[in-house]
Design a protein. Sequence first.
Length: 297
Amino acid sequence: MQHSATIFNGAISALVTPFNNGEVDYGSLETLVGYQLQNGISGFVVNGTTAESPTLTSAEVSKIFSQVRSQAGANFPIILGTGSNSTAKTIEATKKASEMGANAALVVVPYYNKPPQRGLVEHFKAVAKNSDVPVILYNVPGRTITSMTVDTIAELAETKNILGIKEATGDIKFDQEIMNRVPKSFLMLSGDDPTYLEFLKLGGKGVISVMSNIITKESARWTQLMTTGKVAEAEADFKKYLKLIGLMYCEANPIPLKWMLYKKGIIKSPEMRLPLVALDSKFHAEITTEMQTLGLI
């Protein structure tokens, strides 16, 4: 398990899905992936929250994954988001992830139907048992309402084929409690950009990131500095970007991020799929100013 987990260390981008006139814009996707690869990203998540996964068809997910895999290469770590609030559908999607050539499946806590903790345990065990690829748990109560407890995570950490967790509460005390309970080989990835460096200090191995879509080189550099003991240098540089990172959440992710990528010329349009809509114009000036201050545009 430890050997396979190490390929997911570092900054991993949860890729956006560029749209143009209602369709996936594969040209912009190619530009985005190229930008990421040139700037030192460690891996990708396809079909995550940032990809507007609820609005993508299975055919679109397959085509997007195929393009990203072809561009990044056979040995590049790619995680596919397969989770839903139906265990049967999640198992089906996770089986497809293996067939497509994903290195792991990212499985979110079931949303809307609010399972108790014992339901979460059974859900993730069933998915792991029926998957040919390692499973990474995804705890994000800001979107799912239900949160896994430390006890639940500790139990699942001992389950065969469950590799690790993307922990997106941003609660560093909670993260510390998890790390105190799980085996050293259990992969701990942050899912919360603002607290990422604090997470690494605790012993986290990386981040599945929104910010790394656009500040890719910086995200990779901070990770490198933190893992080589240059903590003060990483923290000083990270501080400069905190306002921009905050602005990425002025509306629901990935609305602001897509507008930033559009403004930088990486994607052709800031278009979203309903029920999400493009960034409110009242935020345009402040984001433009901050991007100019940081030399992003």
